[in-house]
Design a protein around this ligand. Sequence first.
Ligand SMILES: Nc1ncnc2c1ncn2[C@@H]1O[C@H](COP(=O)(O)OP(=O)(O)OP(=O)(O)O)[C@@H](O)[C@H]1O
Length: 712
Amino acid sequence: MKKVFGIQSFRLCQQGVCNANMDGRDVVCIMPTGGGKSLTYQLPAILTPGCTLVISPLLSLMRDQLLHLQEAGVEAVMLTGGTPKSLSDEIQSRLISLALSKSSGQAGREIKLCYVTPEKIAKSKVFVSLLRKLVEGGKLARIVIDEAHCVSQLGHDFRPDYKKLSVLRQFFPHVPILALSATCPPKVLQDILKILQMKPVVDGKASGREGTVHFSAPLYRKNLHYYVHPKPSSVKEVISTMSEYILQNHKNESGIVYCLTKKDAEFVAESLRNVSNDAIKTGVYHSEVPDVQKEQLHTLWRKGTVQVVCATIAFGLGIDKGNVRFVLHHTVPFADSCSQKSLDGYYQESGRAGRDGQDADCVLYYRPQDASRLSSITCSEAAEGQAKLRDMLRFAQDMQECRKILFAKYFSESSDLSVASWTTDEANAMDRCGHCDNCTRPPETVNYKDVTIEAWQILKILSAVEDQGGRLTVSGVSDLARGLGGGSFDTGGKRKKIRGKVQLDYAAVAGGKVMLSKEDAESLIVQMLITGYLKEAFASTAYTVNVYVVSGEKAFRLSRFSRDDIVDGKGPRIECSFRRQARKGKAAVKKRVARQSPGDLNSGEDDDVIQPPKRARKTITQGEGKKPVVGRSGDPEVEEIAEPEEDFTNEIRMIDAQESEPDEDEDDDPWAYSFRAHNRPAKKRRVSNVGRNRGPTSSKTVEDDVISLSSD
Ligand SMILES: Nc1ncnc2c1ncn2[C@@H]1O[C@H](COP(=O)(O)OP(=O)(O)OP(=O)(O)O)[C@@H](O)[C@H]1O
């Protein structure tokens, strides 16, 4: 172990897994990402005769393992659909020689590890007959199924070809199987055992002579420091915030920036490079990057020539780079179409950091508006997908509970994974970690407020809009509730021409406008979505999916009360955490940068400026033109409230007119836009034609309320 892998001692349950493995037992091993699962089969592979077959879901994962093993002088090969014929022939003939050889192994160039994709087992009869020969010659030492949760549709990475691995036990009933995974709730575990036809599990610590030995290491990794960082509304500002963060906290250290789409990954990579004057060397990784380029990037990243890989979910499963010091999420994570968007995926992706056990930062950039974008992507999926998305949003919105506890609760409640999985030698599962953003947040940077009145107002305003057949998005609700756009909204109607404008009587409908900033109002709306006072409604056009906000199942619990009742404390109470408003403009940025010297995390000075996450500290434990007034009381008087300040910093551009402005016959709702960034100036479209000449407010673009269907 020391000589070949340079590893001094076992960690977690590695030793037990190696022993059970070498004892010829079936084993299921659940260890966190970066826990060291590879050693549990690579060490037995080089210590025992014969070849170990490893089934792995991703080419990048295999390549990575191969690089490592070859560097360590271990005879390892990979066989995939892309392996050149000559090489494939050579490998197969080496395996046949091994099968036929009389020696007990350990000879010269004997293949010790053979990595294949599940497709190879499912689709290549030649390969399966080759395995049969190995088995007959007593040379197939064990079968390793890496990322074994991929067999289960209940998991977050289901791969149809993994299901077909059931043939392995049928064909080779006596070859031991080792199933490896990072997160595996009991239901998924049962699926793994059933599909792979393994025996019922027995506990790894007290296993009898029969059954599959089950090892499970604590999932909590105390060297990872979790932060949710407010995401600016402007694309440019997001990039400069990230660049500042990297340069201040992780200069020349390796990291990953996960993005939602291929385009995002490309854009972020290029922009980070530009904005940092090439100080941050970036590379792009997604499913459409050619294999050769992926390989080059991989090598350059491992060497440190490329500092940051900007990638989609396609990057990371099994990538073995120990010294990844930070994983940033440009947007709340979203995986592929068969995956459920949730904390599972986030935990996996962020877990690519700090695999060497040293401190690493996991930063999620979040703004409530991203909820719409994700909702539009998940809309076609089952209600469960939406529920999982809400779990993720709940995590992102939370500014109080320790991130470790949020993970522990999520995995135990949603996935039936024992809370004990987060118990470590030093701390109980429900002890606060003491080092995430919520554990270290200066109290003065968060406003924890009772916003029942504001929530009630939003419900009343939305109900008035719904009564008129109108539809609003998250931003639409927030803007109207705050009195933007002259306080008018579109009535219903498929065709634009038959729509009308309605002037909202704030005093009559809701006792006035909602007195929250744009960010806070949007946070509250997402909070109300998460808690069921509001819900999403979807409308598809030929080009996009629009996500609207409508009254939810719980709305009536609050809206049935009068304003006075709410003021008197009747009805359910709604509370929400808001960040203290950050100063905008260059001065604030400069100030923020200046404040980032180590040690000032809790200084509390200038507490109206939100501090970016600090470097991880050492681990511590009607008809057009008509404007009817909508009101429910007889008093039409509208409260005099200063118009909330508009945010014009958003630089997200509308996509081509063709995409953003479908035919009149389409559902041409004005909120169908894309997040894609373009270099040309934005086309502006007015929310309303009511106040065209009223200055900034009336000329508000709707660029910040955009939805894109492009994803990986
Ligand atoms: N006992 C150990 N002591 C120190 N380092 C170790 C030990 N075991 C493994 N490592 C190192 O930890 C890193 C992660 O190991 P490995 O790739 O096996 O993780 P993993 O559990 O397979 O993660 P993933 O779920 O992402 O595939 C590697 O760099 C490896 O060399």
